[in-house]
Design a protein around this ligand. Structure first.
Ligand code: EPU
Length: 412
């Protein structure tokens, strides 16, 4: 076991480049199974979730090499085997095996899918999408001798189900239409990926249409991680510092950046850079209300990060309309003196954050929120369960240290 030891209260200054997007890379790793050939991905982050995903596809026979962000996957010769529950229960992206296995092998045995346990995480939409393309369920295994095109209507915007629907549709016979799809940047990346592999996919405002075509080998670059970018903006502002963040398509962060501006902070935003300065450009005494929504709304994955930043300024209210129960991290933040009141589906974050603390990282983004709190207060904080944070943040110690933070990884 190890812990982050953070001697907080130091302003962060400098520049970092974000890594490739975790959630895009994970989707592309599983999407590559639909291609009988080689996929080369650039900008793949070396993080815990990616390593688990690679172990999962290796168990199906994929040859995999990851070095310096270049990931080569050869999916020419694969053989179906049921997912290893020990791996599948570690990451949520294991749900992508459902789509990839049905597309490639015509069968998939359901298992326990993992990921942060901040809310109930059903898979009913994934199963309905598979059934719409001809799969049938028998004793917790989905079968499809061959997937056919069809109409998938998602009752709720779901990133995972949209990606799975696209993966299955690329190898179905006939045209598939997907309605009610999620529009997150990593979903659009999966579409670009398949187009680059030869698929015929069109997007209208309410419908994705997939007309299957033979898929071929390809090279593809993973987009920068917008959630990592938002995380470092919070780290900069909460410490009273000034940081330039490179490598993110800033238009994807618009709703997050609007809230940061509403809080009064100074931002200088380019196409792929954000300079975040803790100086207040405008004095704002109005209460801040954050509502996490599907893209292009405020990203749910930055909702836990905004909580300590609200506490360090004027306070505010947070609602999460994607994951209604995603407030478990507040118990850990309370140890830093952040008080909050839950009311219905919202929480009121009070002003104030006043002491270092020893906490367990509650989940990936909650762990990052604890790091933000620890960076902002004077004194030594300890954050345990570091592997949860390493699941999603590449080189976090190196990046924070380069900005002037005093953070160490200590074995205990
Ligand atoms: N939902 C259902 N049924 C389903 C699937 C989803 O009701 O079959 C509901 C969920 O309960 C939730 C909503 O739909 O209320 C959205 O879930 P979605 O399917 O979009 O989430 P996901 O694909 O499981 C991905 C990210 C999450 C991110 C969400 C929302 C990956 C690997 N995970 O999860 O990322 O919060 O989309 O944007 O891409 C993170 O990175 O920290 C993280 C949790």
């Amino acid at each position: 076991m190890d812990k982050f030891v953070i001697n907080g209260g130091k302003r962060l200054f400098g520049e970092i480049e974000v890594s490739g997007s975790k959630n895009a890379a994970l989707a592309l790793i599983f999407a590559s199974l639909a291609i009988e050939g080689k996929t080369v991905l650039f900008g793949v982050p070396d993080i815990g979730d990616v390593r688990v995903a690679l172990d999962m596809i290796k168990s199906l026979g994929a040859n995999v090499e990851l070095e310096g962000g270049r990931l080569e996957i050869d999916s020419t010769d694969l053989k179906y085997s049921p997912p290893d529950p020990a791996l599948a229960s570690k990451i949520r992206a294991s749900t992508y095996l459902l789509g990839a296995s049905l597309a490639r092998f015509g069968s998939f045995e359901l298992t326990t899918f993992g990921g942060c346990s901040f809310s109930s995480r059903p898979i009913d939409l994934h199963i309905s999408a598979a059934e719409a393309l001809g799969a049938t369920m028998s004793e917790s295994t989905l079968f499809a001798h061959h997937l056919h095109g069809g109409k998938i209507s998602l009752a709720k915007s779901s990133v995972g189900t949209t990606v799975n629907s696209i993966i299955m549709a690329t190898r179905a016979t006939g045209t598939t239409e997907i309605y009610g799809f999620a529009k997150e940047p990593h979903v659009l990346t999966v579409i670009s990926f398949f187009r680059a592999a030869g698929a015929d996919i069109s997007i209208e405002s309410e419908k994705i249409t997939v007309r299957p075509k033979p898929l071929h080998s390809l090279c593809f670059k993973v987009i920068g991680d917008m959630i990592e970018a938002g995380t470092y903006i919070v780290f900069a502002l909460i410490t009273g510092g000034a940081v330039n963040i490179k490598g993110v398509r800033t238009e994807e962060l618009s709703s997050f950046l609007s809230i940061i501006r509403e809080m009064g902070y100074t931002l200088n935003v380019g196409k792929s850079t954000v300079f975040a300065l803790a100086e207040k450009a405008v004095a704002n005494n109005d209460p801040i209300c954050v509502n996490a929504l599907p893209y292009p709304g405020f990203p749910t994955d930055l909702q836990p990060l905004i909580a300590p930043l609200l506490a360090s300024s004027l306070g505010g209210t947070i609602t999460d309309s994607v994951w209604q129960g995603r407030f478990g991290y507040l118990d850990a933040l309370a140890k830093f003196g952040i008080t909050s009141t839950r009311s219905g589906g919202s929480v009121l974050i009070n002003r104030g954050i006043d002491r270092p603390a020893s906490v367990d990282a509650p989940d990936l983004r909650g762990g990052a929120a604890c790091i933000a709190a620890a960076l902002s207060v004077r004194g030594v904080s300890e954050i345990y369960s570091t592997s949860i944070v390493f699941r999603g943040y590449e080189d976090i110690i190196e990046k924070l240290t380069s900005l002037g933070a005093d953070i160490k990884l200590i074995q205990c």
